[in-house]
Write a protein that binds this ligand. Structure first.
Ligand SMILES: Cc1cc2nc3c(=O)[nH]c(=O)nc-3n(C[C@H](O)[C@H](O)[C@H](O)COP(=O)(O)OP(=O)(O)OC[C@H]3O[C@@H](n4cnc5c(N)ncnc54)[C@H](O)[C@@H]3O)c2cc1C
Length: 383
């Protein structure tokens, strides 16, 4: 995304390093509608964090963000609009961005297929370069942004919200599920609740892609393989499988549809994290000269900088990418100011996603105790 945004910025040449030859991930993802918002109202139109957006961002920042969106070239804007319609395969996003970069007339992007090490990244720097690390959650450079002998992970703040199973399947009927539906379909499952996030696939208009989350304990997480199918879950964790099967049975009863293909299940920790330093600002302190990052601005983007659960990360990454592309285009902004502005902006986006994720988690916790008033009261902490 950053390469495609920077490609159309005058005076820049982009060198893009990618270790994968092909994009093969099969997961379906959902992007937030705010990515294509055309007014502050539509940018804030979210049931959970509309108010937080107004509290965290200055009106001028929101206006600047909207103005940047409007300046995005129409080829890229068209893609963003299509991805925000509903569920979309992650690899469609990856491939269409890659194809768009290649198809543009005045290319300006030089691609290299290589596994880059931190040392490689430092060695190739030349005066006037900007280095952006978008290598995902196991960021290549996050630990290198802190001078000295900081222990591994010292530049990462991690909040583990829960362990979960993410269960996905295709269903051969239109299907939707609001909070009442989630409640009634889970009534007979007191321990494990299957909480679906439902959206129609936007390709054929008749298949629903269902993703559900089931909270599991740390011990259950440890005892499971990374990915498995419905039968494995039934054989090994019948209690968890029962809640999932009960939920699916009720969907079928209501809409007379069938599951298409197999259930796919992954077990993941739901982590909220951020790089405490998302730029090389710490290397600019006097006395640290001589290090390659003292003379080159370095930025973390995407999962490299911030990660969040509940299907928000790509939108967050795109949001920060748009801001960074806007900043890089302003060649007159001094480096120190550029780093400070990006740190502040990514911190604000982190606050937003932190508050949103904590609210979702809290709501899920309350939901699990709805039929037990005393347990519910214990989780409320009114004052
Ligand atoms: C089960 C599951 C479901 C999800 N669903 C959603 C969802 O619905 N919505 C959502 O917003 N998010 C979702 N996410 C999160 C989303 O997939 C990630 O946030 C997103 O892929 C991060 O994008 P990224 O570009 O920052 O990093 P990545 O997608 O990890 O890309 C990093 C790239 O860097 C390359 N790379 C890494 N190291 C090197 C190196 N040393 N040299 C060269 N290249 C390198 C990799 O090959 C890769 O192409 C989900 C995640 C999971 C696990």
């Amino acid at each position: 995304m950053l390469a495609a945004l920077l490609q159309s910025t005058e005076g820049l040449t982009v060198r893009l390093y990618e270790k994968r030859r092909e994009y093969t991930r099969t997961r379906m993802v959902q992007l937030a509608p705010y990515l294509v918002a055309d007014s502050v109202e539509s940018y804030r139109a979210d049931a959970i964090d509309g108010d937080s957006v107004a509290a965290i961002f200055d009106p001028s920042e929101l206006d600047e963000g909207l103005a940047f969106r409007q300046s995005i070239p129409s080829d890229l804007r068209g893609l963003l609009e299509s991805w925000t319609q509903g569920f979309c395969p992650l690899n469609t996003i990856e491939r269409s961005l890659s194809d768009l970069i290649d198809a543009r007339g005045s290319n300006g992007v030089e691609r290299t297929e290589a596994v880059v090490t931190a040392e490689d990244a430092m060695a190739i720097l030349e005066p006037g370069d900007i280095l952006i690390d978008s290598t995902g959650s196991r960021s290549l450079l996050r630990d290198h942004l802190v001078p000295g002998d900081a222990p591994e992970g010292a530049n990462t703040l991690n909040v583990r919200l829960e362990y979960a199973l993410v269960v996905t399947f295709l269903y051969g009927q239109p299907y939707d599920c609001n909070e009442y539906c989630k409640y009634y379909k889970n009534l007979e499952s007191p321990r494990y609740k299957f909480i679906p996030m439902v959206s129609r696939t936007h390709y054929d208009g008749s298949v629903s892609h269902v993703t559900g989350i089931v909270n599991i304990s740390a011990d259950e997480y440890e005892a499971m393989p990374t990915r498995f199918d419905g039968q494995w879950l039934r054989d090994n964790f019948p209690g968890v499988a029962e809640s999932m099967d009960r939920f699916i049975g009720k969907i079928k009863e209501e809409t007379q549809g069938e599951i298409l293909g197999e259930l796919e299940i992954v077990r993941i920790p739901l982590d909220l994290y951020r790089a405490r330093n998302a730029t090389s600002r710490r290397w600019l302190t006097p006395g640290k000269n001589g290090h390659p990052f003292a003379g080159t601005p370095v930025f973390l983007a995407g999962d490299s900088a911030i990660g969040s659960p509940y299907f928000q990360s790509i939108s967050l990454g795109f949001e920060c990418a748009m801001y960074l592309a806007g900043l890089v285009a302003q060649r007159e902004v001094p480096v120190v100011e550029m780093l400070d502005r990006y740190e502040l902006y990514s911190y604000k986006q982190w606050l937003r996603v932190y508050m949103r994720s904590k609210t979702i988690k809290h709501n899920k916790d309350l939901f699990e105790s709805l039929d037990d008033p005393l347990a519910l009261l214990e989780k409320l902490h009114i004052y």
